[in-house]
Design a protein around this ligand. Structure first.
Ligand SMILES: C[S@@+](CC[C@H](N)C(=O)[O-])C[C@H]1O[C@@H](n2cnc3c(N)ncnc32)[C@H](O)[C@@H]1O
Ligand SMILES: Nc1nc2[nH]cc(C(=O)O)c2c(=O)[nH]1
Ligand code: SF4
Ligand SMILES: [Mg+2]
Length: 210
């Protein structure tokens, strides 16, 4: 492919920078415990200092991969695909989700919502970040709002984000992993006082699986 051809293929979402793909158990959120094929796209400019996948940030490091190849791998193994990153909404995801649906797969996404929604998703996990707040389309599309708690101020941020998301979204608090021993007791007390929130754990890290 020439440079021009691969630029237009990327713009149309027919190729995407693929960092990794793996079949595992969804560790987080409402779908926690479900077998899922993870498709991790490279590239993110949000810059969370505690991000647990900083290797994903530079899109140049991740090979442009044909969507047909990604979908073939996913649909051989699983019924549920989770698109994550990096920040997957940096890319046009319409083509990817259309091909996943043709292959009869459920489409879930993990996103900060920092870019406009694209793609046809059955489940949207919105995890907003202060550095680059979600777009209106992301607040509207969210099925679950999953706020990461790194310090006490994040409870205030969580309530601000809950006020912006659509009224049907599930409200989840998830401790930042390195601060879990300090923040988990506060999250437990917070949820007991504010039961509209639920706890989301990164169960895959406790299970020591990908
Ligand atoms: C690596 S991100 C990729 C998707 C997207 N960029 C986002 O942030 O939602 C996947 C999920 O992991 C969460 N996450 C990342 N680093 C974390 C950490 N150190 N502790 C807890 N959750 C973390 C994010 O908030 C997000 O919900
Ligand atoms: N098992 C497992 N569950 C996850 N849920 C969200 C993840 C992500 O990095 O987006 C993730 C992940 O990396 N592994
Ligand atoms: S938005 Fe997601 S991928 Fe990007 S830095 Fe933050 S946690 Fe990491
Ligand atoms: Mg992860």
């Amino acid at each position: 492919m020439s440079q021009a051809e691969s630029n237009s293929a990327l713009q149309e979402g027919r190729v995407l920078p693929l960092m990794e793909e793996f079949y595992t158990i969804q560790g987080e959120g409402f779908y926690s415990g479900n077998a899922a094929y993870f498709i991790r796209l490279g590239g993110c400019d949000v810059g969370c200092h505690w991000c647990d996948v900083k290797e994903s940030w530079d899109p140049e490091l991740h090979p442009l991969t044909r969507v047909e190849t990604i979908v073939e791998h996913a649909s051989k193994e699983a019924k549920l695909a989770v698109i994550t990153g990096g920040e997957p909404l940096m890319y046009n995801l319409d083509y990817l989700t259309a091909r996943l649906k043709e292959a009869d797969m459920q489409t879930n996404i993990e996103t900060s919502g920092a870019y406009e929604m694209s793609g046809d998703f059955d489940w949207v996990c919105l995890s907003p970040k202060k550095a680059k707040l979600p777009t209106a389309s992301a607040y509207q599309a969210a099925d679950e709002l999953k706020v990461i708690i790194y310090n006490k101020h994040d409870f205030i941020f969580a309530e601000e984000q809950a006020a912006k998301v659509n009224k049907d979204a599930l409200l989840l608090l998830q401790t930042e992993w390195s601060k879990r021993h300090e923040m988990m007791p506060m999250i437990i007390e917070y949820v007991k006082k504010n039961p509209k929130w639920k706890i989301s754990l990164q169960t895959h890290k406790y299970l020591d699986i990908p």
